[in-house]
Design a protein around this ligand. Structure first.
Ligand code: ZN
Ligand code: ZN
Length: 475
């Protein structure tokens, strides 16, 4: 009696351990067989290159893909026409996979190895066409696993617009759309395969607008007050301020309107600022000092000033329980091999970046696991990571050495290199979701770590305040 009980126990532990692996193999195979289909979707979005909050066709294409696969779609969430949630399954755990699909202004580039504009207003220089597509592919594969194995759980795809400066996810978090999620997954295009616990900087961004008085710049300058003077005085003060802020901080700006003609004193000028640091309290302090500089600039130049908050994100809260899982899964999947044709392309791209040839081992291998990887970008995933346990990874979709937001990133993203790298992410996310669906203990451990790190008295306060989504910020 006792013997048979022990045998049953041992067998049940054995089968539950191999269940995840066994059952994921056919799902990954099926996912691989759809590589071409997903590649075509990604390239369609690459071609569209729609900017933040204007991603109507890109969003619709991903919605259709998910809806055709049996997901229930809720669109236009959080007051954003291009945001949506696709859901399949029932009960817990609820696993969310985030997908982005916005392009960047400028950076128009053909899918060739020399700098050549495609003549558009924008380009996918951050690879979000791959991001959205691979995440949708992973959501569909996770759904296939739930359906095939008749497992309980809910898989959701979050279509999150305007990551580049629009803070789309912040509005979705503020709306409470992530509140019932157990674990959130994401990834990002990169020039290497990595799933280390990386940082991201909190940020606040705003457009400062100065209003002056127009007059003939030579005939009656004394009657004018230059709005551009306001912008320049503000910039001078903020640039002086750089010496007196924590050195890890980042401040950058572009003058989005500086007047139209030198012989007209400009009555309007605008400067668009970002402030970043790895803790949001420092960002809030720097931003408040920038506002003071703007007020002082207006006072000194006889102009008036107002500002509009555009974006604001939390830093990333890493979850090591989940990160290790993601790293192990990425290591199982591995990186990509370039074809002969891709190697020629990659070497030319590498040469344009000042390297002799492309370091293809970087695309093939997975970077060693680190618990404190450094990064200086920002992401609105930060706000999600302070709402639910969140984990991400990077896949080599760009030629090794390529920086994000470069023409080289747009170029590789428009080729089979981008498509191949994207599938590494799709498979890793799928494996991770499957493992989480099959392992409640893991989900609980991740939640426990999340609660401890976030702190008992944490209260979510969006850095961009109560403003509505800046749907026209790219107009
Ligand atoms: Zn970016
Ligand atoms: Zn990005």
């Amino acid at each position: 009696m006792r013997k048979s009980y022990l045998l049953t126990l041992v067998l049940s532990i054995f089968f539950s351990t191999i269940k995840g692996q066994d059952s994921s193999a056919p799902i990954l195979k099926q996912l691989e067989s759809k590589s071409e289909q997903y590649g075509n979707i990604a390239q369609e979005i690459w071609n569209l290159a729609e900017m933040g909050y204007q991603e109507e066709k890109s969003s619709a294409l991903l919605q259709k893909t998910l809806s055709d696969a049996g997901f229930k779609i809720t669109k236009g969430v959080a007051g954003i026409p291009t945001a949506f949630i696709a859901e399949y399954g029932s009960g817990t755990p609820i696993i969310a996979i985030m997908g982005e699909y916005d392009a960047l202004p400028g950076l128009s580039q053909e899918a060739v190895s020399e700098k050549k504009s495609a003549g558009k207003a924008s380009g996918h220089a951050c690879g979000h066409h791959l991001f959205g597509t691979a995440s949708a592919a992973a959501a569909i594969a996770s759904k296939d696993w739930l359906a095939t194995n008749k497992e309980q759980g809910t898989i959701r795809f979050y279509g999150t617009p305007a990551e580049e400066g629009g803070s789309g996810k912040v509005f979705m978090v503020r709306e409470g759309l992530f509140n019932d999620v157990d674990i959130a997954l994401h990834w990002h295009p990169s020039s290497q395969n990595t799933a280390s616990a990386g940082a991201a900087l909190a940020n606040k961004s705003a457009k400062f607008r100065f209003y002056g008085v127009s007059a003939h710049a030579a005939g009656s300058p004394e009657k004018g007050r230059s709005a551009l003077d306001g912008v320049e005085a503000m910039n001078t003060m903020v640039n002086m301020m750089r010496e007196h802020i924590p050195q890890e901080a980042r401040i950058h700006y572009v003058i989005t309107d500086g007047g139209k003609a030198p012989n007209v004193v400009p009555d309007f000028a605008e400067v668009y600022y970002y402030a970043r640091h790895n803790t949001r309290d420092v960002v809030i302090d720097i931003f408040d000092r920038m506002v003071k500089a703007a007020e002082g600039a207006a006072l000194g130049t006889g102009t008036t000033m107002d500002y509009e908050m555009i974006g604001g994100t939390h830093e990333l809260l890493p979850n090591l329980t989940l990160q290790k899982l993601m790293h192990d899964n990425l290591s199982k999947i591995g990186g990509i091999e370039y074809s002969a044709e891709e190697k020629i392309f990659a070497d030319k791209i590498a040469q344009s970046l000042g390297q002799e040839k492309a370091d293809l081992a970087m695309a093939k291998n997975v970077q060693p696991y680190r618990t404190e990887a450094r990064a200086y970008g920002s992401t609105d995933v930060g706000d999600v990571s302070f709402t639910v346990p969140t984990v991400g990874m990077g896949a080599a979709t760009w030629v090794p050495g390529t920086p994000a937001h470069s023409w080289q990133a747009v170029a590789a993203g428009g080729t089979s290199i981008g498509n191949k790298g994207m599938m590494v992410a799709a498979k890793t996310l799928t494996l991770t979701a499957i493992e989480l669906f099959g392992n409640n203990t893991l989900v609980s451990e991740a939640k426990k770590e999340f609660q401890e790190k976030r702190g008992a008295d944490f209260k979510y306060i969006p850095l961009l305040g109560d403003r509505a989504p800046a749907l026209d910020y790219r107009n």
